[in-house]
Ligand binder design. Sequence first.
Ligand SMILES: [Zn+2]
Length: 74
Amino acid sequence: MSARDDDSSDPTPSSGKRAAATPGSFKDLGLTPLAVALELSAEQTNGHWCSRCQGIWFGYTLEAECPVCGNRNG
Ligand SMILES: [Zn+2]
């Protein structure tokens, strides 16, 4: 997955809004400072869900803290 889909437009019809688990409905919270410092490519990062931001951030596999809000509880 070299190219992440940052398209914010939701392809699903607005008639039936589904639960947050729908693929493509999450926010891209970006990379962690560590991932940037290590110059990790998209393939070298793992996506982590943040329930507080309702989005996914990308960082080193062992990282657990959301770079946006600091949430560590997923
Ligand atoms: Zn967060």
